[in-house]
Design a protein. Sequence first.
Length: 81
Amino acid sequence: MLRTEKVGVVTSDKMDKTLTVQVETRVPHPRYRKLIKKRAKFYAHDEQGAARVGDLVRIELTRPLSKLKCWQLVEILKKKE
């Protein structure tokens, strides 16, 4: 089964084993066709607590782990320097 994956930036790691990831997509405006940035916030499970604020991460869809959390950290693509 293919799982949905998204790439985004960690905006918060203050919770225990949970990250807040902001994913930015560029979509054309319905009428004017200019590209607009849309942002969405996802809560992701991070078992080891490896990711930090500013890291670029890949998350995948999983079963619901809590009320808001149904994503899981797959890998850290780029560490913040």
